[in-house]
Design a protein around this ligand. Structure first.
Ligand code: NCD
Ligand code: ZN
Length: 335
């Protein structure tokens, strides 16, 4: 039987939420990942040192063992240098959301005035704190990410030493940026390596495949597959697994977010095997992230096996991608 071993898998973009949802979903990521960059878009957002420390404690209390490192982030505001110095040791990155662009982002940035942002971004650059960005404008939904490229360019050229992570990229335009600017990196989700807009709304409307940024065109999918399958050294896996209760998804106003955490590694094996690139999967799910972020996760060995696996209909009321369907890889053992 075909197997694939992955060492210290990392999820470089994860929503763990809080309270009961946190208790339900955190163990699923902690089971198969060594660590994850934890998004700060709680209500209210994680925006000071006390929030970071308390949230990390709640995450650790929710996972059954300590082989899982939550790499904490702060919700971007135009913070001053003294504040950043006080919190730098407790965070791995800062996450910037344009105001109102996605779930729980109302307190985000409403104007990309570089001079207003300069003190914060220069201090982050000096302190080597990476900036993670949800790169979408409020334009037409299919053009939002491409339109944001000029803002990435502005950020990358004004702060050439700042590590900027283009989160959950979905377009050829974003892929092209990687080789244009030395300080731009990207995370890619598993669902954006599978879906186009056709899968979301081309037949019946599929709420569990609806997320932000929305899946794009076949040529965008091809561009994402090219860099992910090659494990381009500037791309890393970030699931953007974003759990919402079933009634918030199967509703007349469907919340954005796809829940993939418990099946992400299995689906990645399926995709990489399909293109005969399993040899590059280790770099995509861990090594690149370790290099980019300079992190050293604790040892964990995940062995996956090629055999049919029926995805559960739901995990404590959260419906995953491919619920009830059979996928071709399963987790065999974890050490
Ligand atoms: C995320 C969420 O639900 O928090 N939703 C999503 O569609 N990806 C927020 C985000 O990353 O945009
Ligand atoms: Zn996200």
């Amino acid at each position: 039987m075909k197997t694939q071993t992955l060492l210290m898998p990392l999820d470089m973009h994860l929503h763990l939420r809080d309270a009961v949802m946190l208790e339900n979903v955190a163990p699923l990521s902690a089971y198969s990942f060594s660590g994850a960059i934890v998004m700060p878009n709680l209500v209210p957002p994680v925006e000071n040192r006390a929030d970071v420390i308390a949230y990390k404690e709640r995450i650790m209390a929710a996972v059954p063992n300590d082989y899982f490192e939550p790499y904490m982030t702060l919700f971007y505001k135009n913070y001053d240098k003294a504040f950043l110095e006080s919190v730098a040791d407790d965070i791995t990155a800062i996450k910037l959301y344009p105001a109102g662009i996605t779930t729980n982002s109302e307190g985000g940035v409403s104007s990309f005035d570089i001079e207003e942002m300069r003190p914060t971004l220069q201090a982050m650059s000096d302190m080597e704190i990476p900036l993670c960005v949800h790169g979408e404008t409020d334009g037409f939904v299919m053009d939002r990410e491409a339109e944001f490229m000029s803002i990435y360019e502005l950020l990358a050229t004004n702060f050439p030493k700042l590590k900027i992570i283009m989160e959950h990229i979905t377009t050829k335009e974003a892929v092209d940026m990687l080789d244009k600017f030395e300080n731009l990196y990207a995370t890619i989700t598993v669902h954006h390596l599978i879906l186009t807009l056709d899968d979301v709304v081309g037949g019946m409307m599929m709420p569990h495949l609806f997320c932000k940024p929305i899946a794009k065109r076949p040529e965008d999918l091809d561009a994402l597959l090219t860099v992910a399958l090659a494990a381009h050294p500037k791309v890393m896996f970030g699931s953007d697994s974003a759990p919402h209760p079933q009634h918030k998804k199967e509703s007349c106003g469907c919340a954005a977010g796809i829940f993939t955490a418990p099946i992400a590694l299995q689906l990645l094996c399926e995709i990489f095997e399909q293109y005969d690139k399993l040899n590059n999967l280790q770099a995509f799910v861990s090594d690149n992230a370790q290099n980019i972020y300079g992190i050293c996760p604790e040892f964990k060995e995940v062995v996956l096996e090629k055999r049919p696996f029926v995805v559960p209909a739901n995990y404590s009321g959260v419906v995953p991608m491919y619920a009830g369907e059979t996928i071709n890889w399963a987790i065999e053992s974890i050490d």
